[in-house]
Design a protein around this ligand. Structure first.
Ligand code: ADP
Length: 161
């Protein structure tokens, strides 16, 4: 049977335990998961694409069916090129819902045969975002339980005084 591939897109600036939870669980449902760093957002990232690739690769190295890539341009075009069956997204609080619905409807219009799958985050990560982690790290707050070790070290290095 054909392998089922999911693309897990995002900025991952940097990857958090919330992202990792979705990727890890997604990897038990799909045969393969590509974590795709979107390189076309207006946001000015803290970590370069190369740094983000490294951090995701380190954080997922124990999950054999997960790979990391960069997607330029439209996500649905990237997903089609990869022959993906699905786009995998995480849902945190209700606040994610409206934004995700908008993107999903647009993606469906652009590329009707690619489904978007949502997984509800583990409760403990409901209010976890890359932005909040950066904010806390910047002021020397403890982020050890929020991100993989390698990310904690990278953030310490970035904000070293
Ligand atoms: P984007 O800028 O595309 O929203 P993010 O890196 O912030 O990129 O998020 C990528 C995906 O990971 C999104 O589906 C988002 O909902 C999900 N995600 C982010 N943080 C968490 C979390 N704490 N728990 C579960 N999913 C999350």
């Amino acid at each position: 049977m054909e392998k089922k591939l999911a693309i897990c897109p995002g900025s991952f600036d940097p990857i958090t335990n919330g992202h990792l939870d979705i990727i890890r669980r997604g990897a038990t449902i799909f045969d393969d998961v590509i974590v795709a760093i979107a390189n076309n957002t207006a946001k000015a990232p803290l970590f370069s694409v190369e740094e983000r690739i490294y951090l995701i690769e380190e954080a997922t190295k124990d999950i054999p069916n997960v790979t990391v890539d960069v997607s330029e341009g439209l996500l649905v075009d990237y997903a089609s090129q990869q022959n993906a069956h699905a786009i995998l997204r995480g849902l945190r609080a209700v606040s994610d819902f409206e934004y995700e619905m908008q993107i999903t409807s647009m993606n469906k219009k652009l590329e009707p045969h690619i489904e978007t799958f949502f997984m509800m985050t583990n409760n403990q990560y409901s209010f976890l975002s890359s932005s909040i982690v950066k904010e806390v790290a910047q002021y020397d707050g403890n982020i050890a339980s929020l991100v993989p070790k390698v990310v904690e070290e990278a953030l310490l290095e970035k904000f070293k005084k």
